[in-house]
Structure formats: structure tokens, C-alpha cells
Design a protein around this ligand. Structure first.
Ligand code: UDX
Length: 433
């Protein structure tokens, strides 16, 4: 099929590259000339394992193209994906102005076309009702009603494993108001042999928010239990492992620590809270989910201050800045608040992250960003782990003990076994243990 994908951010680029590798002709559109130039050279402007190779391969095969010109891409496409950002406004509401703008631009192109039906697929995470708004924009801009269908097809991609998530999804949700549009999008996904679900547009829009809010709830739930563990002497890792064995609960997303960050979970929980309030329901659970998430960071900073006392003239080594491993994304990363708090209290921070340093340098200017783990650790008064990159999990603890000035580890992601750390002669402070 001929596809246009509007927006070459995370979602758009992964969607475009993956659909092209399934044999479709894909044109990805972006306003940013620098980004388009970079992509045309086969370079990906963010870190995602496997994506540069996939982009290069399909660009070379002529199935994947990049352009700034929306009109050309849309006029020849059978399916148009909208995959632009919907960031949070200060009140938590999703800012859908980019989606509206794209819908208007699409209308401008489509009203001039004499014939040809197109499916306009919303992949951006948008509040419930946005599908109707996009339809209304098209109709108001004189696109004949019979020439388009609007579909909601939310994405469930995780950064760091986005290609695998696209190719082997747990489910594909297609929200449509007619079976013709549903069938066209089903055909696109057919090669994946996935579980495809047909819903109303409004349900599909809510499924995305409900899924991310549930994941956030699981994390805040286990963090709440971790906080109880600390006070009663239980170990959250043991508790989570056993609780997670119940198939009704499941072990995923039961890792206690600094809480959730990233570009989706915080934003989507806030947007759902806003949507709920706007529609007359005060969301009690979701508000608590956010409170627990904020508490986790404050409590962790509190532990460091309690142990180290006055932080003035203390050197602190930080391992991990990205909001999670296998990404260079710093959006809503707990590291920002932790590092800033340590610096505010007078500490000198040396930090290492395998991928996020360039992005981090713009956000946490006062920290010294170094090129390897042991440069950060050498001579430090404590080691603070904020992201569970595999290389930190596998670190040589004996060497850490020798390198540190005082033998103290604050493990914000519970990646170390307390016994192993203590055997190496280090004092251990985790979360809920
Ligand atoms: C998430 C959703 O998983 C994905 O389906 C959606 O499309 C986009 O949002 P992502 O933001 O890439 O994906 O990260 P994810 O792997 O879900 O992790 C989110 C945050 O939760 C991270 O900060 C992570 O460290 C934290 N987390 C995750 C925990 O604190 N504990 C856990 O057990 C799992």
C-alpha cells in the first residue's frame, strides 16, 4: 500500500520504517528541514536500537522516503498516518494543536483531489473525541465525506524495544466507524499475524490512555508496597516476585524504584486526569498514582541526605541519566530532579550515561558528565544509580569499593543484590529493601 506518515518523531519514524519493511511504499513527512536532511542520509536523530539499520535498508530499497512536502505525500497515499506530538500543557491537558494543524493541511490537499478515498489514521495519543474533531475539520474544509474515513490506531511502543514491539504486538487496536476502513488497516497489519481488535474510535482513544495509566498504577502500587516494606522490614524484590507469580497480577511493571518517567506515562496519566475532570469525574486513584510517583524521588533524595549529612564539598558519582535503559531520552527522567537536588545542597556530581549525556548536558548543566563509569566513581563519597543500564548491573563491585572514597551505594533501581554488595565491602541503600 502507499502510505504517508506525518511526523518523524519516535512513533512516526518507527511506524514508517516498519511498514516499509513489510513491503509498503512509505513517505515520511516532517517540517524540520534538518531532520529530513539527516533522515535522507539514513541517519536517525535519536537513539533506538535497530532503527538506523531498518531506515537505511528500506531507504536503499526505495520503499522509504523522506520529505518536507506534505501535499505530494498525502495526494498519492491510500492511508495517511498522523504521528505528531501531543505534549502536556501546564494543566496536564494534552496539547493537540499539531494534530489540528496537520488535519487542516491534509484537508487543503484532499479538497483539491477529484476522487480517491483515503484513510486518515490517528497514531498520536489524543484525548477521546479527537477522531470526531479531525473528521469535522476535513468536512469544514470541503473534503467530501465519502472521500475519507478517520481511524484511531494507538501505538504501544516502548522506547528501546520499539521495533520488536511494532513487529510482535500484544494487540493491534483499530478504532473505526466503518468496516471498510477497518479492513484496509487490518490488511496493513496482516503480515504481523497479530491479535487485531475492532473498536469504536472513542474506545480506541481511551484504550491508549487506560493502558498507560494502568502501567503507571502498577509501578506506583509496587512503590507504595516498597515504602511499607522499608518500614516493616520486608524486601520488595521478594514480595514483587511472589506477588507477580499470580497470573492475574503478572510480574511485569512491578519493579520498585524511582518511579516512572519518559515521554508517555507521566504525560498520559496527567492527560487522563484532565480528561476525567473536564467530564465531571474527580479521578481519585490516578491522582494518587501521580503523588506516589513524585514521592519516590523526594524520598530517595531524603535517604542520600540523611546518610551523607551535609552535602557541601561531597563528591557524588551518578550512574544513569536516561529515564530508562536503551534510550537517550531524558524527558521526565527522575535523574533531573535527583541531580539538581544534590547540586542545590552543595554536592559536586560526576555523572555517566551510555547514551543520554548529550541530551542531559542541556538539562543538568551543573553536573560534570564523564565518558565512563569509573571516571565518575573514582574518589566519590557515594555512588548513586538512577538507570538500570546492563553495564551497571554487571559492574565489578570490588573495583567500585576500591575506587570510592567512602563505600556507599544508593541503588535507585534495585539492580544489585544486597548480599553481593555487602560482600564487596560496600554499604547498600535501595528502595523498599
Ligand atoms: C510506555 C509504554 O510502555 C508504551 O506502551 C507506550 O506506547 C509508551 O509509554 P516507555 O515510555 O518507552 O513506554 O517506557 P516503559 O518501558 O513503559 O517505562 C516507563 C517508565 O516506567 C520508565 O521510567 C521505567 O523506568 C519505569 N518502570 C517501568 C518502573 O519504574 N518499574 C517497572 O516495573 C517498569
Amino acid at each position: 500500500m502507499k502510505l504517508a506518515v506525518i511526523g518523524t518523531g519516535y512513533v512516526g519514524l518507527v511506524t514508517g520504517a516498519c511498514f516499509s519493511s513489510l513491503g509498503n511504499q512509505v513517505v515520511c513527512v516532517d517540517k524540520d528541514p534538518k531532520r529530513v536532511a539527516l533522515l535522507k542520509k539514513g541517519r536517525v536523530p535519536f537513539y533506538e536500537p535497530g532503527l538506523p539499520e531498518l531506515v537505511a535498508k528500506n531507504t536503499k530499497a526505495g520503499r522509504l522516503k523522506f520529505t518536507r512536502k506534505l501535499a505530494g505525500a498525502v495526494s498519492s497515499a491510500e492511508v495517511v498516518f498522523i504521528a505528531v506530538g501531543t505534549p502536556s500543557r501546564s494543566n496536564g491537558q494534552a496539547d493537540v494543536s499539531a494534530v489540528i494543524e496537520v488535519a487542516k493541511e491534509i484537508s487543503g490537499v484532499m479538497k483539491k483531489l477529484r476522487h480517491g478515498h483515503k484513510v486518515i489514521v490517528n497514531k498520536s495519543t489524543v484525548p477521546v473525541g479527537m477522531g470526531d474533531i479531525v473528521s469535522k475539520i476535513l468536512v469544514e474544509n470541503k473534503v467530501p465525506k465519502n472521500n475519507f474515513s478517520v481511524v484511531s490506531n494507538p501505538e504501544f511502543l516502548r522506547e528501546g524495544s520499539a521495533i520488536g514491539d511494532f513487529m510482535r504486538p500484544d494487540r493491534v487496536v483499530i478504532g473505526a466507524d466503518n468496516s471498510q476502513a477497518f479492513n484496509i488497516i487490518t490488511d496493513l497489519y496482516r503480515p504481523l499475524n497479530a491479535h487485531i481488535i475492532f473498536t469504536s474510535i472513542k474506545s480506541a482513544e481511551l484504550i491508549k490512555y487506560a493502558s498507560n495509566a494502568f502501567l503507571a498504577t502498577k509501578i506506583s502500587f509496587i512503590n507504595e508496597i516498597a515504602n511499607i516494606c522499608e518500614r516493616v522490614g520486608s524486601d520488595i524484590s521478594e514480595v514483587a516476585n511472589a506477588v507477580g507469580l499470580d497470573k492475574r497480577i503478572g510480574r511485569h511493571f512491578l519493579n520498585a524504584g524511582l518511579g516512572y518517567g519518559g515521554s508517555c506515562l507521566p504525560k498520559d496519566v496527567s492527560a487522563l486526569v484532565h480528561l476525567s475532570r473536564e467530564n465531571g469525574h474527580e479521578p481519585m486513584l490516578l491522582s494518587a498514582v501521580r503523588e506516589v510517583n513524585e514521592f519516590q524521588i523526594d524520598a530517595f533524595i531524603g535517604k542520600i541526605i540523611k546518610k551523607l549529612g551535609n552535602l557541601r564539598s561531597k563528591n557524588i558519582a551518578v550512574l544513569g541519566l536516561a529515564f530508562k535503559p536503551e534510550t537517550d531520552d531524558m524527558r521526565e527522567a527522575p535523574s533531573i530532579k535527583v541531580v539538581q537536588a544534590l547540586i542545590k545542597k552543595g554536592a559536586r556530581v560526576s555523572a555517566y550515561d551510555p547514551a543520554a549525556a548529550p541530551n542531559a548536558s542541556r538539562l543538568i548543566k551543573e553536573a560534570k558528565l564523564v565518558k565512563d563509569m569509573f571516571t565518575a566513581i573514582e574518589g566519590a563519597d557515594a555512588l548513586v544509580v538512577l538507570t538500570e543500564w546492563p553495564e551497571f548491573v554487571e559492574i565489578d563491585l570490588e573495583r567500585v569499593k576500591k575506587a570510592l572514597k567512602s563505600p556507599l551505594i544508593f541503588d535507585g533501581r534495585n539492580i544489585y543484590d544486597r548480599g553481593r554488595v555487602e560482600d564487596a565491602g560496600l554499604e547498600y541503600v535501595g528502595v523498599g529493601r
